[in-house]
Design a protein around this ligand. Structure first.
Ligand code: ATP
Ligand code: MG
Length: 432
């Protein structure tokens, strides 16, 4: 993509309302635009990163056999009257009326809707298990929207829902999702801490929250340091995690804490995922049963599983930035490489830059090419702010030396690379 043709409204000044780094940099790098309190539009650069994150989430769901759906955003309130949540969900639920005076709501979550779909089509035990997910916009009328996309009112969530025949099978599904979540966050360059958030004693419910450590996180966590040494790819990763202590402030109790004093760490965290096993709450209240092998009526055991897809962009930037801007992990970077032509008025520099650009594009690399008529200082600062993993810097020196500078945004390290070897360099640097 040529910068001159692109829409990246970068800002030099820090917007006054942005209190944390991720919010500041998302606004300054032209990724998002605030429409209203807690409501954002995603501009081209932000959307690319959002889609990268969503794709990783999606791929890991496919791997555990979840069915991707896309439920309508608007639901009739009657579904929520059936489950009883119309009253209990409270003020976060946005309701409105259509022209026939029917009450509708903008989905904050979709347990009722998926249970309704399930009961219409699934009749026999033979059709179970079933696991669904979607990546869809949600609206919650949060009392205190803040920190940009971290706590928005409109936000993108991956929400998943599973139906199993009995509790043991449902718990196995829960475990599979737990492991898929670890892999999902790890692929984005994040180290998640799963925290037991047992939603209550009744019926042996299970619940975990997944937190990314960051000083600006809303939750205070107490956890065993050994968690960060666990092997995510081990067969027993769920059991290994379950043995180690991790609790949020409201659940932490030093008298029952399993971690030794020297192993207990304390840090703030951003909740990027939350999973629940809650049994037959919705299948019973909404009468979604299937027929068993002996003709008996079975209410499937359900779980629901959420990832804050748009919040993840904030979490990734909180964990990956410096004072100049964002430092994208390569897996989720909106582009892999930024190409800067510092001498825009020099025909030879322009020709060399064009040539490198075309060649990299042809080889399938994602390149943002800064071909603007701007001062070198502005271009270098913008590219650091945007934070693509690598920068290719072309200037007059490149002509005499037959080499270009390649800067690694994370380490700041600059290598001089023979212009013929640029694509091979990236083949290695961006592999894996
Ligand atoms: P929180 O305690 O942060 O309000 P929650 O328990 O209400 O979260 P869930 O209903 O479990 O959240 O939603 C699943 C995921 O969606 C959360 O783990 C979080 O990452 C994300 N999420 C929830 N609320 C918001 C919001 N207002 N803005 C952005 N992401 C959100
Ligand atoms: Mg909430």
């Amino acid at each position: 993509m040529r910068f001159s043709n692109y829409f990246i409204p970068t800002l030099k000044e820090t917007p006054a309302e942005a209190q944390i780094a991720s919010h500041r940099f998302m606004l300054r790098a032209g990724m998002i635009d605030q429409t209203a309190s807690g409501i954002y539009s995603w501009l081209p650069m932000g959307l690319r990163a959002l889609n990268k994150v969503a794709d990783i989430v999606r791929q890991e769901q496919y791997k555990i056999g979840a069915n991707e759906t896309l439920m309508s955003i608007v639901q009739p309130v009657e579904l929520w009257q059936e489950s009883g949540r119309e009253q209990s969900y409270g003020e976060e639920l946005l309701r409105f009326k259509d022209r026939r005076q029917r009450t509708l709501l903008y989905s904050p979550t979709n347990e009722e809707q998926i249970t309704d779909i399930f009961r219409k089509y699934v009749r026999s035990y033979k059709d179970l298990p079933k696991n669904f997910f979607q990546i869809q916009w949600k609206f919650r009328d949060e009392i205190r929207p803040r920190f940009g996309v971290m706590r928005g009112r409109e936000f993108l969530m991956k929400d998943g829902y599973s139906f199993d025949l009995d509790v043991d099978k449902a718990k196995q599904t829960y475990k599979n999702v737990f492991i898929a979540y670890l892999k999902t966050f790890k692929r984005m360059g994040l180290m998640p801490i799963p925290v037991c958030a047992d939603s209550g004693a009744i019926g042996g419910n299970m619940s975990h929250e997944f937190h990314v450590l960051a000083s600006t996180g809303e939750s205070l966590l107490f956890y065993d340091k050994k968690i960060s040494e666990l092997d995510f790819d081990s067969q027993n990763v769920f059991e290994n995690f379950s043995e180690l202590y991790a609790a949020s402030e409201d659940k932490h109790d030093s008298s029952t804490c399993l971690a030794s004093e020297s192993d207990l760490a304390q840090s703030r965290g951003i909740e990027v995922g939350h999973i629940f096993f809650f049994g037959t709450k919705y299948t019973k209240s909404m009468n979604a049963s299937v027929t068993g092998a002996k003709g008996e009526q079975i209410y499937p055991e359900m779980g629901s599983y959420g990832i804050g897809v748009s919040r993840l962009l904030g979490a990734i930037i909180e964990a990956n930035h410096d004072d100049k801007g964002i430092i994208w992990p390569k897996e989720v970077a909106p582009y892999q490489v930024g190409l800067i032509n510092l001498s825009i008025d020099n025909d030879k520099c322009a020709a060399l830059s064009d040539d490198i650009y075309q060649n990299l594009i042809k080889r399938g690399f994602e390149v943002l090419y800064d071909d603007r008529h701007e001062r070198a200082g502005i271009k270098l600062a913008d590219m650091d702010l945007i934070g693509l993993p690598y920068q290719i810097i072309v200037g007059k020196n490149s002509l005499t030396e037959e080499a270009v500078e390649i800067k690694n945004r994370r380490t700041g390290e600059i290598s001089k690379i023979d212009r013929q070897s640029v694509d091979n360099y990236f083949k290695d640097a961006l592999a894996g």
